[in-house]
Design a protein around this ligand. Structure first.
Ligand SMILES: Cc1cc2nc3c(=O)[nH]c(=O)nc-3n(C[C@H](O)[C@H](O)[C@H](O)COP(=O)(O)OP(=O)(O)OC[C@H]3O[C@@H](n4cnc5c(N)ncnc54)[C@H](O)[C@@H]3O)c2cc1C
Length: 344
């Protein structure tokens, strides 16, 4: 192989899908994926995996619905991700933008309907977007399968910790992996909640995300989000239910997180109010992890500080990017191929 060298740091779902897309788009590219070997502590290993097409923001909706459409159309991706189609309910205070619902209909025909108050499931006072073609996946399983296919396709996986990122000679990007400097024509930091360590400043921040898996009796609701209270959830595993609320804990250390009891109390109080027929009979376990936050939020390729040309980030999932990752990685790969002046 003699094509340009691309380095991707971080083999969570973001970096792995990007490296895989690049390798599949051009087999002559020398794509190296470097990971510090902590995926179980990253966002992908902890993710609840809710996937739906609807998002109030049109750009995010486009990525989420395109991801879901690709997932549903591919037997391989469905199997790799363990996709379970259960439907989904998005509850909000205001009516959905008709342009958003129209766009959703184009990408996932026959899936979504907007319900006015009185017709919304679970909370009659809310507007809702109810989707048939939505559900949940295992982002960790998808990442593991895609990583194996990346390696089968000739991609190189390097175990080690990336540091000392800087401009290299002749417009290259260089970084150090466990004492050895490596050079690339383009470099991408897909290091999720560890990105602020590599790129200090206030553009990339971490935020704690916590949910609980509970034993439940009664009818467990389909995956839902209530935008007003923040409560979200989905069925499973087994007869249980996953429930959580957003935290306001920013700038946390992703390697040293502890459960926040107040979030558990708020979650169970809200669940009892919104689902009075659901009996929560016990807490099985709490999952705490961090994700990388940016403004505006969303997983996409961003140029890193201008001092290092051809260095990008691919992160900023802000707690909800598993559902956009397939489409976001396709766009990011197209842009990188353009940056490398390799025909896409
Ligand atoms: C608890 C939780 C629940 C979530 N639930 C959902 C959901 O239901 N639906 C949804 O769509 N999204 C959800 N998300 C968001 C989504 O899962 C994340 O946005 C996504 O997994 C982020 O993936 P990532 O690859 O950017 O980061 P990560 O998965 O954190 O991967 C980062 C990788 O970088 C590696 N790394 C870090 N530093 C270095 C270094 N210096 N050198 C080399 N490698 C390094 C790590 O080892 C790790 O493998 C959730 C997130 C969390 C935390």
């Amino acid at each position: 192989m003699t094509g340009p060298r691309v380095g991707v740091a971080g083999a969570g779902i973001a970096g792995t899908l990007l490296a895989w897309r690049l390798k599949l788009a051009d087999r002559s590219l020398r794509v190296e994926l470097v990971d510090a070997g902590s995926p179980e502590r990253g966002a992908t290993g902890a993710s609840g995996g809710l996937v739906r097409g609807y998002e109030p923001d049109l750009a995010q909706l486009d990525l989420a619905a395109s991801t879901l459409a690709e997932l549903r159309a591919s037997r391989l991706l469905r199997a790799w991700s363990g996709y379970q189609e259960t439907g989904s309910v998005y509850l909000q205070a205001d009516p959905a933008d008709p342009a958003a619902v129209e766009h959703l209909e184009r990408l996932l025909p026959g899936s979504a309907r907007a319900c006015p108050p009185g017709e919304a499931p679970y909370m009659a006072a809310r507007h809702a977007v109810v989707e048939r073609h939505a559900g949940f996946i295992s982002p960790r399983r998808l990442r593991d399968e895609v990583l194996a296919d990346f390696v089968r396709s000739g991609g190189r996986l390097v175990h080690g910790t990336v540091g000392g990122v800087r401009a290299g000679p002749g417009g290259t990007v260089s970084w150090q992996v466990d004492g050895r400097r490596r050079h690339y024509h383009s470099g991408v930091l897909a290091t999720g909640p560890w990105t602020p360590v590599l790129l200090p400043g206030d553009e990339y921040r971490t935020k704690l995300i916590q949910y609980g898996v509970y034993d439940a009796t009664g009818t467990v609701p389909a995956p839902f989000v209530d935008e007003v209270t923040g409560l979200y959830g989905r069925p499973g595993p087994g007869s249980g239910i996953l429930l959580g609320v957003p935290s306001d804990a920013y700038d946390v250390d992703p390697a040293a997180l502890r459960p926040v009891p107040a979030l558990v109390r708020r979650t169970t109080d809200l669940a009892a109010r919104i689902f009075p027929d659901l009996g929560i009979t016990g807490l099985r376990h709490i999952v705490v992890a961090a994700d990388c936050y940016t403004a505006p939020p969303g997983l996409r390729l961003r140029p890193a500080p201008p001092a290092v040309p051809h260095l990008f980030t691919f992160t900023g999932g802000s707690g909800g990017a598993a559902k956009t990752a397939l489409a976001a990685a396709r766009h990011a790969a197209d842009r990188l191929l353009h940056d490398l002046a390799v025909p896409a």
